[in-house]
Design a protein around this ligand. Structure first.
Ligand SMILES: *Cc1c(COP(=O)(O)O)cnc(C)c1O
Length: 230
């Protein structure tokens, strides 16, 4: 199967999941996760109509962007260290992975220095999984008022990466919990958080059922990653 064929199939599956959940298929943005794949694969996906791409490693993203066609929308979906903020902000349309108050402060400060607005999602560790990045739920609730005061930061919503589980019905409550947290923060602070970034290749269908507005799909588009080969 080619990247174009895979994209056609994935888009049809996402649209079908949205309609089955009574949602408009256009309310779900497909972020094509191109990590480990070369810029030529990004160009192939662009030729098949895909414009939004996600990378989880800063170095890889910064190397790939100049090699890829211009005019694409790049999202950072992996951990960001404060010392890389200055390089990432000018090239990244959305950072899904803001996981601490310190990082939020640094993003706002550097965005101000660069004359930019940092558009971000707050990554939440819904399952309190030790191995994953993300704000614990209680911490994000406590930090949210201050985050809203940061002048050059625009919080667009929330993101989560549940621990891998073949049993999707054990993943579903974590997606539902992220949606409820979004509602709670919106109600408590009188703000709108339009984006919920949740769902990957194997669980994007239930993420859409639970309200995802962005799904981050890699292997179902580009193929199975081989981390050992490089
Ligand atoms: C790699 C990655 C994805 C995509 O995973 P697939 O299983 O290949 O679809 C999504 N989100 C994050 C944060 C990732 O690192």
């Amino acid at each position: 199967m080619s990247i174009a064929d895979n994209l056609t199939r994935v888009r049809a599956e996402l649209a079908e999941a949205a309609r089955a959940a009574g949602r408009d298929p256009d309310s779900v943005t497909l972020v094509a996760v191109s990590k480990t794949w070369p810029a030529s694969d990004v160009a192939e996906a662009l030729a098949a109509g895909q414009r939004v791409f996600g990378e989880n490693k800063v170095q890889e993203m910064l190397a790939k962007i100049p090699e890829a066609p211009a005019g694409l929308e790049w999202h950072l979906i992996g951990h960001l260290q404060s010392n890389k903020v200055r390089k990432v902000l000018p090239v990244c349309a959305l950072i899904h992975s803001v996981d601490s108050l310190g990082l939020a402060r640094d993003l706002s400060r550097v965005a101000g220095e660069l004359g930019l607005i940092a558009r971000v999602l707050l990554q939440v560790n819904v399952a309190s999984d030790e191995a994953k990045f993300g704000f614990p739920v209680g911490v994000v609730k406590a930090a949210f008022a201050e985050i809203l005061t940061l002048p050059h930061l625009e919080v667009r919503g929330l993101m989560t990466v549940p621990p891998f589980d073949e049993d999707l019905e054990r993943v579903r409550p974590q997606f539902a919990a992220l949606r409820r947290l979004r509602e709670e923060l919106e109600n408590d602070h009188g703000v709108s958080l339009p984006e919920l970034s949740m769902g990957m290749s194997h669980d994007c269908r239930i993420a859409i059922e639970e309200g995802a507005t962005m799904v981050r799909v890699g292997s179902a588009i580009f193929g199975r990653r081989d981390y050992g080969a490089a």
